[in-house]
Design a protein. Structure first.
Length: 94
């Protein structure tokens, strides 16, 4: 799933990850922050990942903003998979 999340994040289409049952009853900025945080947690280098204390603080609304830096490609997705022209995303995949 995070392969799709990464591709949608890079395409500025994170709203496509939201459950259709919510029927647009969500804050787009909040979705973007949660996806950004989740992608930050998938970084290959442990030093690039946020601490669990930070994650809990963000999710508990003790800290309002996710880090300013954008996460890099998650370490578990091969570059060739992301750049492959044969890979495509459809909303049915979710």
């Amino acid at each position: 799933m995070f392969e799709q999340a990464w591709k949608l994040f890079k395409a500025d289409r994170v709203s496509s990850l939201v459950d259709v049952a919510l029927a647009e009853d969500y804050d787009t900025e909040e979705v973007t922050q949660v996806v950004k945080l989740a992608l930050s947690c998938t970084q290959q280098s442990a030093s690039a990942r946020p601490s669990m204390n930070f994650v809990v603080a963000i999710l508990g609304n003790y800290i309002q903003d996710t880090p300013n830096h954008l996460p890099s490609q998650p370490g578990f997705i091969p570059e060739t998979y992301i750049s492959s022209s044969s890979w495509s995303f459809t909303s049915d995949a979710l």
